[in-house]
Write a protein that binds this ligand. Structure first.
Ligand code: XMP
Length: 325
């Protein structure tokens, strides 16, 4: 937080040396596919070696197209040896069935994630043993507590959560707890994390579930996954991707009437959310060229089965949030 930017990679190197001195034993980490957890994992890997870090990737079923595959490939490329993939998509979907309240959805997802990860952690601890640390990708703005030190140290603390209840004596290690997002990106790049991940827009922990208004179903996830891929493709291609904070479709669980070919259709409406922001606390909708929006909307209605209308969200935050739930 208190370091000038040009200094960031050096500070990260100091954090890694500090971890090398302080850590001994095995570490566990859950890697989602986002830049924070991956960067934290690589820093600890550099400190304690690939043999001592165990990576778990949980597929919640709420991730984007190919996200799990890409994450696993990236982990392999980065030299991680102990990588465990848990496909829990069915469990998440089952538990979310019929649930429409946004806070309830978030609670279920957080709880299910913790359970699934704890179960895997416990299994690894039985088979391998020797786990002493739980690595988390918490960054400075995520911290609830105040009082950043600005020193080149990782935060190591004891804390209670489901995984640590399963494995007593585990300590939390947060190598990124002193860094802002743009600093994490620089560190990530210097550690060899692929550009596609480094430049990636923020993606919420509860995933696509907070971009589906109301109940999450397999059908809605299929639609939103495909729409998300198209929107990302078009934003990357046009260069708008790097110029906005976030750009994504959300599925409004309302269907409206349209015409496709000569046929009447009755299909879902998507909202396109594109915002500019410095820190996500406030945001303004991006005033993009109509021609570009027209092109994106055309692709969405033509290529995504089940969608016949695209709405552009022209509200700032506040009063609207960036995500829909
Ligand atoms: P909102 O919707 O509150 O989002 O304006 C602000 C920023 O936070 C991201 N976001 C999340 N990130 N877990 C996360 O890791 C979450 O549950 C979550 N909810 C929102 C959102 O994408 C935006 O960048």
């Amino acid at each position: 937080g208190l370091k000038p930017n040009w200094f960031v990679e050096d500070v990260a190197a100091e954090v890694i040396s500090d971890l090398r001195r302080r850590l001994s034993g095995k570490a566990l980490v859950a890697v989602s596919g986002g830049v924070d957890s991956l960067t934290a994992a690589v820093m600890v890997q550099r400190a304690i070696g690939s043999d001592n870090i165990y990576v778990v990737h949980v597929n919640t079923g709420l991730l984007r197209e190919s996200e799990s595959d890409r994450t696993l490939k990236t982990l392999e490329k980065l030299g991680f040896k102990n990588v465990f993939y848990v496909d829990a998509s069915r469990l998440f979907l089952e538990r979310l069935r019929g649930v429409t309240d946004p806070e309830e959805k978030r609670r279920i997802i957080a709880k299910t994630f913790a359970e699934v990860f704890a179960e895997k952690a416990l299994e690894l601890n039985r088979k391998v043993g020797g786990f002493k640390y739980l690595v988390q990708g918490t960054i400075y703005p995520d911290r609830v507590e105040s009082g950043a030190t600005g020193k080149a140290t990782a935060r190591i603390k004891s804390h209670h959560n489901v995984v640590m209840e399963a494995i007593p004596g585990l300590e939390i290690v947060e190598p990124l707890s002193e860094f802002y997002k743009d600093e994490v990106r620089k560190i990530a790049r210097s550690l060899g994390i692929p550009d596609e991940i480094v430049t990636q827009h923020p993606f919420p922990g509860p995933g696509l579930a907070v971009r589906i208004v109301g109940e999450v179903t397999e059908e809605k996830l299929r639609i939103l996954r495909k729409a998300t891929r198209i929107v990302e493709e078009e934003f990357r291609k046009s260069g708008f991707y790097e110029r906005v904070w976030q750009a994504f479709p959300a599925l409004l669980s309302i269907r409206t009437v349209g015409v496709k070919g000569d046929e009447r259709s009755y299909e879902y409406a998507l909202a396109l959310r594109v915002v500019e922001s410095e820190d996500a606390m406030t945001a303004s909708f991006a005033k993009l060229p109509w021609e570009f929006l027209e092109h994106v909307a055309e692709r969405l209605v033509n290529e995504v089965e089940g969608v016949n209308r695209v709405l552009y969200d022209i509200t700032h935050k506040p009063p609207a949030t960036i995500e829909f739930e």
